[in-house]
Write a protein that binds this ligand. Structure first.
Ligand code: SAH
Length: 246
């Protein structure tokens, strides 16, 4: 998986790329993350990447030309990456979108600042506009890290234990079950007995039920779109009955 990031603050990505799961993916060669300094594509002496807005008003606007040049340089002779433009006006990012992006094999993420990009960036590139949620942050760098992390961990070999990705919240459209580690008893709170039993089938079933129970309690909206097998549907009916009789 290749991920190119275009930003005026490339150093913000140093710590992100130096530690943790994504750093390991890069070291192992399954992730190829390249950070580009937008200023290197500016055309004036001052290396400007923004200017005042036509029509007036507060706030600067990111120049289109440096962004288009950066994308040209990234694409040069190498094919057609999927262009992602970070924006609070985009479709809202979730696990499904992450999977979609992972499947493209190559994404370029454009990080805005100030009021965002000159609209002609949209006209020229027709990018996949992506928002990380209904709030505004000051730049596209944090959203780019969120996207790169969620997409990167889906690539085979990035997360040490592939099973742990498959059991993450949202992987099958459900929330994750609760986790426990040592000690068995902490300030009077005991680890659920079934987890200490060594009975794999009971543990599997308990976790599945917990996952469904949590989703039903915290995010019932997810159940409508979740991909449930027969066992899950049966557990869910049971939980709903329980709720009704309580
Ligand atoms: N005036 C713009 C917001 C600009 S915020 C508007 O209201 O649409 C500056 C930059 O931060 C954006 O260009 C984008 O790259 C990034 N950004 C801010 N909030 C974001 C969000 N929720 N999701 C993704 N990117 C965001």
């Amino acid at each position: 998986m290749r991920i190119d990031i275009v930003t005026i603050f490339p150093r913000m990505f140093d710590p992100f790329l130096a530690e943790g799961i994504i750093a390991r993916g890069v070291k192992q060669g399954v992730l190829d993350v390249r950070v580009w300094n937008l200023r290197d594509f500016a055309s004036d002496r001052h290396r400007s990447t923004d200017d005042e807005a036509y029509g007036g008003g507060p706030g600067m606007v990111m120049l289109a030309e440096p962004v288009l040049r950066a994308v040209d340089a990234i694409r040069e002779g190498e094919g057609s990456p999927h262009i992602v433009l970070t924006s609070p006006q985009g479709r809202v990012f979730d696990q499904r979108v992450a999977r979609e992006l992972a499947a493209t094999g190559w994404i370029v993420i454009l990080c805005g600042r100030y009021e965002g990009f000159d609209h002609r960036v949209h006209e020229a590139l027709d990018p996949d506009e992506i928002s990380i949620g209904d709030f505004v942050v000051s730049g596209g760098e944090l959203p780019a890290m969120v996207i790169a992390d969620a997409v990167g961990r889906m690539i085979e070999g990035v997360v040490g234990n592939a099973g742990s990705v498959e059991e993450d919240s949202f992987f099958r459209g459900l929330l994750d079950y609760p986790h426990y580690t040592r000690p068995e008893e902490l300030r009077g709170m005991r680890v659920p007995e079934v987890l200490l039993s060594g009975h794999h089938e009971n543990i599997r079933r308990w976790r599945k039920e917990q996952s469904l129970r949590r989703t039903l309690e915290k995010r019932p909206d997810l159940l409508e779109r979740a991909d449930l097998d027969e066992e899950a549907k049966q557990i869910l009916r049971q939980l709903e009955n329980e709720k009704r009789t309580r």
